[in-house]
Write a protein that binds this ligand. Structure first.
Ligand SMILES: Nc1nc2c(c(=O)[nH]1)N[C@H]1C(S)=C(S)[C@@H](COP(=O)(O)O)O[C@H]1N2
Ligand SMILES: [Mo]
Length: 512
């Protein structure tokens, strides 16, 4: 009996060791793969290409859920998730290696191949893209074969003494983890394009935008009327921010046009650039959410760029494409009518930040970002809605994406307030139409008019404020906007999928 119990215990111990060895082997391979990528093929980081493939394959509700759970940290959450899954796969392959060598090591090679496939199918892939994942797979498999060698006959013994095994396993995990951490920091330091951006001076605007002082209400806690770049929401499918130097940038305008052409950075810089203020919003912004921001953009009218190409009469859509393969389908009309659709190069007095599309992106008043605001844009294909589909319209989101009339309460926040006179304030928007009025209601009472700050233009949000007397106790404050064309913001709640949320923002407070 004792021998059997001892056998079983030894067996369990060996299984744990095998699983640990598998996890350590994967950490070693993946970590070094990340580091190699950081130096030679930044867009092909193994976690990034697998993550990107997952993002592309994910159904629309998954993106929605990820944003709901993690907000703009959704990418970090995905990377942590991938790391955990990789470690689990390593553990399982360790067990497989112990039971049926060399199949555990072979399985790790196969995982590396999945990474290679994911890397090579990216829009910006080149031959080097395969290297980091291939190295990761080969190193993981080799490490596992060393740590859990095939039994050469003999009883349950393996090639390594217990001490040696522990030393090697821990070393593998530590080296891999250090390499993974180093890959994140050395990447920032080695970003040549960031240095080019820092040194870049954009031409002066031929037309300047003015933001009247009266556009800002002096209320603490209200969103500033111009959103600073570092506070501007970021939403995109890029796990690694594309790095595109102005000298390598081209905008190809083609498709249903009489005169296709390419625009270089120098061509663009020679054109008269205009400043304008436009509020950008994400279709995934929930009622009361903060996936919206307002910036002073510097750019050139897309209308003029398209006119030079001479679109044909049957065209009704422009499919814009980013260097990383993302696409948006914008109604041709929105890009050619009087509205201020621009190819933007500047944001709040600086070149576009890398994460916001450096060196060039689209900004179109009145349309959600997913159908209009392509960052790192390199192509405008003039086409038809019945011929081409864009990234998110292929994933269940609506083909057209006009921004919906909305308003948000910024102060007070939910929680405790002092009873008595309470200031209520926020922002409201109906881009390209304008906001005529904002109203607030306390505890389902009558709608009271709020005061509006000066709107910078119809294309921007506007701040508003009101005041109400709150008796001690619980209260619900709601707001709604009325647009310049008379539409009253609906109280009917709709989810963000497929074309944007509706409903009234409500804040619950306890007055004491
Ligand atoms: N290349 C690229 N451009 C993109 C996206 C993307 O995933 N890739 N996302 C779009 C979406 S959904 C939105 S809401 C806006 C957000 O722009 P921002 O990150 O500058 O706020 O960018 C748009 N442009
Ligand atoms: Mo978006």
């Amino acid at each position: 009996m004792t021998t059997r119990a001892g056998d079983i215990a030894a067996d369990a111990g060996q299984r744990r060791r095998a699983a640990g060895a598998g996890a350590a082997a994967v950490i070693l391979g993946a970590g070094l793969g990340e580091l190699i990528a950081a130096w030679w093929a930044p867009a092909a980081r193994p976690t990034a290409v697998v993550g990107a493939a997952l993002i592309d394959l994910a159904p629309p509700w998954a993106k929605d859920l990820a944003i709901a759970l993690f907000g703009t940290a959704d990418k970090i959450a995905l990377l942590v998730g991938i790391a955990l899954v990789l470690a689990a796969i390593g553990g399982a392959d360790g067990l497989l290696q112990r039971a049926r060598p060399p199949w555990g090591a072979v399985a790790l090679l196969a995982v590396g191949l999945v990474g290679v496939a994911a890397a090579l199918t990216r829009a910006d892939a080149d031959a080097l893209s395969a290297v980091p994942s291939a190295v990761a797979g080969i190193l993981s498999a080799a490490a596992l074969a060393v740590l859990v060698p095939a039994r050469r006959g003999g009883p349950r013994g393996d090639g390594l003494s217990r001490r040696r095994f522990l030393l090697l396993t821990v070393s593998a995990a530590v080296v891999g983890a250090v390499a993974a951490v180093a890959s994140t920091t050395s990447r920032v330091a080695s970003s040549a394009v960031a240095a080019i951006r820092d040194a870049l001076v954009l031409p002066r605007a031929s037309t300047r935008a003015t933001v009247p002082a009266s556009a800002s209400l002096d209320i603490e806690g209200i969103a500033p009327v111009i959103t600073p770049n570092d506070a501007f929401y970021r939403i995109d499918t890029a796990l690694v921010v594309p790095e595109l130097a102005p000298a390598d940038w081209r905008l190809r305008i083609h498709g249903l046009v009489d005169h296709p052409y390419e625009l270089t950075w120098d061509d663009l810089m020679a054109l008269p650039l205009e400043e304008s203020v436009t509020t950008l919003a994400c279709v995934s912004n929930p009622v009361g959410g903060d996936l919206i921001g307002n910036a002073v953009w510097l750019g050139y009218p897309v209308r003029e760029l398209l006119a030079r190409a001479a679109p044909q009469p049957d065209a009704d859509m422009v499919l814009s494409r980013s260097v990383d393969g993302f696409t948006a389908g914008t109604p041709l009309e929105a890009l050619t009518d009087a509205r201020n659709a621009i190819l933007a190069v500047g944001m709040n007095g600086e070149p576009l930040p890398l994460a916001h599309g450096f060196p060039a992106r689209l900004v179109v008043p009145g349309l959600y970002g997913y159908v209009s605001a392509t960052k790192w844009v390199v192509e405008l294909e003039v086409t038809r809605f019945d011929r081409a589909r864009a990234y998110w319209t292929d994933r269940g989101w609506s083909e057209r994406g006009p921004i919906k009339l909305q308003s948000r309460i910024d102060v007070p926040r939910s929680g405790a307030v002092a009873a008595g006179r309470v200031v209520i304030a926020g922002v409201a928007w109906q881009q390209h139409v304008g906001v005529a009025r904002v109203e607030v209601s306390i505890d389902d009472g009558a709608w009271l008019d709020a005061e509006l700050a000066t709107a910078i233009s119809d294309d921007t949000w506007v701040q508003w404020s009101a005041a109400a007397d709150l008796a001690p106790g619980e209260h619900t404050i709601r707001c709604r906007a009325v647009s310049a064309d008379g539409e009253v913001q609906t109280g009917e709640a709709a989810p963000v999928v497929p074309d944007g949320a509706t409903g009234w923002h409500a804040v619950r407070v306890t007055a004491r």
